[in-house]
Structures are given as C-alpha cells and as structure tokens.
Design a protein around this ligand. Structure first.
Ligand code: TRP
Length: 369
C-alpha cells in the first residue's frame, strides 16, 4: 500500500485508490445538499470522514467547529484560495472557526524563520482570507509557537497516546521535527474541544488529501484520549471529521507549488503578469490547429479548463458550452487562453481592490506585526 507523505506529496493520480486504501468515504451522500458550492457540485471535494456528525450538528443547531491550518511559507495562490472558500463556507454555516498559522511546522520542515512566517501569515494569508470574505466574528486565529497553555498540554498528552512504531507506519521515515509537527497538528485539531474552548463538539477539518495521515493519527489519538483510564486531566473528545479536496494542477501541468512562480497564480501578483502566465499555460490542445479542428481538444487534460472549473466560471451551462466547443474542435486554445487570461485579470484586479483594507484588518486582528 502506497504511503501518503504530507511533507513530500507530489501529485495524486488516483483519488479513488486513496479512498480504497485509507478508508476515506465518498462525498456522494452530501452532494445534493451542498451542491450550491462549486467544489462540491464538481466533485473537487471528493471525500470525507464522519461528515454526517457535522450535518447533524447543523441540523440540530448544536455547536461544532471548523479547524484547518496553513503553512506560512511561499505566497498565497489559487490553491490556497480553494481552502479559503471552504473555510468561509463553513463559517457561513455557523461553524466556530479555527485557523492555525503553522509557524512551528514551517520552521521545522521548511526552515522558515518565525518573524518571516508571522509576516506572511498575517499580510498574505489572513489578509487574503478577509478579502475573500472571512468574517472576524467567531474566528480563532493563532500561531503554533505562541498560543495558550492548555493547547501545549494537550500536545504533550497526545504524545503519550501513540507509539513510535505507529508513527513510523503512518509517516514512513521519521525525524524529531516531523514528530513535533505531527503532534502539534493533533493539538491544533483537538484543542477546540478542550473545556477552555467550550468542550467536546464535532470538528470538521477541510484539507487536501495529503493531510490524511495527520487526520488518521488525530482520530486514533482522540479515541485513546477518550478511554477511561489515564490521568484526570484527560479530555473527552469527538474524533474529528474531515473533508478532502483534490489539488489543482500547476500552470505547467505539474504540481502547483508556492515556491515556483511558473506553476501558480498568486492572489497578489500583478493582474497583467498573471494574464501573461495564462497565455503560456499547458492546455489539452493537439499538435496542430488542423488536427485540433478534426479531433477536438482534451479539456480534461487542460490547465485552462481547471482554472474555470475551480475558480473562474461558476455557471454550469457556460462551463459545459466551453467543454463541448473544445471537444468538438470549435474552440481553439489560442482563443480559450485569451478568454481565460481576461477572467484571471478581472478577478485579480477586483480582489486586489479589497486587499489593502483587508491587510489593515488582518494587522488589527492580530496586533503582532
Ligand atoms: N500541515 C498543514 C500543511 O502542510 C498545515 C496545518 C497545520 C494544518 N495544522 C493543521 C492543516 C491543522 C489542517 C489542520 O499545510
């Protein structure tokens, strides 16, 4: 069975296999109800664990939390926008909203210094979340290196509820840094259920498939923290739920990476420059125009189409028109790229219009830098 390595994952080829191998469940049962969300409607959110607990909480007006984290390394790009949209979706559904800036993880695993991580987390990540529609009510945003005692106590308690061999089975090669990162993430996910934060409640963690090892570890530890044996400080908690999304490809057709500008569109880059990148993105076009007229293009292999699918076109009829015109050879890549570039430019200009204000809101919210 292939391992999923949250620190080295390249590209997932087969999501169905991931579902089979690791017991992630499909999202079909919830598809209808949440189809107003583009990512659900289009199968981009493809899996879940215990998502029914979240739906139950919503339906009965019981408290629940949404928790996710970001590594403040590199810039905020369209891949991150997807997570932001999911966070905002849950916040809109009434979730207590917990977002963690994983500065300990980025220090340990990516060698990012703390002051740099804080700057990025606030000016880039939190500001972009606000500009995309995150509200500050009900929002907890913290840095792993600078939070409250019960959180660190929970991390220490978690370390006693897992063996070295179990960690090896989940993560493969280990290092002290990896272990600290993993246990800190367990505390990220479970601490909203501590008495100090209102006690046990269902918690959904929206993540990419690469984070599933952390989810599995946290669920195991949660069930052990629930066991009656142990010290009085042990907590009772609900094993966390999760939703899983697919990853967008990078503009070059390879992995989208924060550290390689050729592969991504950052939400803060100049709209004109971003539009240019779109013009040289990898498409599903044929070698020649003649061939494409005859055989049609391959939207399912096209980065431009993915941009529409994930971000740029919400309307199903419009998306389907483009899909079919491409398949039939009517719409050629040159025109399609130009149309897409225009949409990217328009989206970025509008977004960046909101960003200045969002930055000062982010700074005020944190009061750190
Ligand atoms: N490890 C995550 C990443 O690489 C970041 C993260 C930290 C996180 N804590 C979390 C994600 C808690 C989900 C839940 O991006």
């Amino acid at each position: 069975m292939a391992k999923v390595d949250p620190w080295e994952m390249t590209q997932v080829k087969d999501y169905a296999k991931l579902v089979r191998d690791f017991g992630i469940r499909g999202f079909e049962d919830f598809q209808r109800r949440f189809e107003y969300l583009r990512y659900v409607r289009r199968g981009i959110i493809f899996g879940q664990r215990d998502f029914n607990l979240i739906v139950d909480a919503i339906d009965h007006g019981r408290p629940y939390a949404m928790m996710t984290g970001l590594m403040p390394s590199g810039c905020f790009h369209l891949g991150h926008k997807m997570v932001a949209d999911e966070i905002i979706w849950f916040q809109g559904l009434g979730a207590q909203t917990y977002i963690c800036a994983a500065d300990v993880e980025s220090y340990l695993m990516r060698d990012v210094q703390f002051d740099e991580a804080w700057e990025t987390a606030i000016q880039d990540y939190l500001a972009n979340y606000f500009a995309l529609g995150l509200k500050k009510d009900n929002l907890h945003f913290w840095f792993q290196s600078d939070y409250v005692n019960p959180y660190y106590r929970l991390r220490d308690m978690a370390s006693k509820r897992v063996t070295f061999n179990e960690l090896k089975a989940i993560y493969g090669d280990l290092s002290p840094s990896k272990i600290t990162s993993a246990l800190t993430q367990v505390a990220d996910i479970l601490h909203p259920q501590l008495p100090e934060f209102g006690g046990p409640k269902p918690t959904v963690v929206p993540v990419g498939a690469d984070q599933d090892p952390h989810i599995r570890l946290t669920r195991d530890i949660a069930s052990r923290l629930n066991a009656k044996r142990g010290s009085r400080r042990d907590m009772r908690c609900v094993a966390p739920s999760a939703t899983y999304h697919k990853f967008m490809s990078g503009l070059t057709g390879d992995k989208m990476s924060s550290s390689d500008p050729k592969t991504h569109i950052s939400l803060t880059e100049q709209p004109k420059k971003a539009a240019k990148k779109v013009l040289s993105a990898k498409t599903g076009g044929r070698e020649t125009v003649q061939l494409q007229r005859k055989k049609g293009g391959e939207p399912d292999k096209c980065v431009i189409y993915e941009l529409y699918l994930y971000h740029l076109i919400d309307d199903e009829a419009e998306l389907s028109r483009i899909y079919h015109e491409c398949r039939s050879g009517k719409l050629l890549c040159g025109q399609d790229k130009k149309d897409c570039a225009r949409l990217v430019e328009r989206f970025l200009s509008k977004h960046q219009g909101n960003l200045e204000k969002a930055r000062s809101r982010a700074r005020k919210f944190i009061k750190k830098v």
